[in-house]
Design a protein. Sequence first.
Length: 173
Amino acid sequence: MSQIGDVWREAAAKWSEVSGQVADEHWDLPTNCGDWTVRDLVDHAMHWQAMGGSVFGAGTTPGDDWATIEPKLSAALDDPSNLEGVAEQMGGMPKQQVVGFVIGDLVLHSRDLARAIGADDTLPAGAVQATLMGLQRVPEEMLRGETMFGPPIAVGDDASTQDQLLAFSGRQP
């Protein structure tokens, strides 16, 4: 197993836990992600996990569901050769950077989904730490704006790592 695969699986387990609680009455609820509903958020997360799977040789494509994506992407991340090189389909971004975004997207949207449906929004500590460390290394111009995160929110020095991540991503802890 790869360490990065373990971090992704930690995030994936939380996604499975929360998304497994989505009921019919939840799909049209608002989320804290702009004007997205729960359905929009789930569709977005699955799109990016499937795209990640295609980058890492998992054989997934946008439109695949979680039951298809999860085992294939998990297996693909265990082969270190799948993380070498660049992702041409993502503008030549290094695959090591893509995997960080795939993990971060799943971690943050697990929390967003949990908040929207009233589920436990406690995130896995290892995935939170890895995501925060990774995002702090990305140039601000890539992170902030309409497509990713809003401005960071100030939190105290004693804030938990989860609250630091949420605040860094422009989410209210």
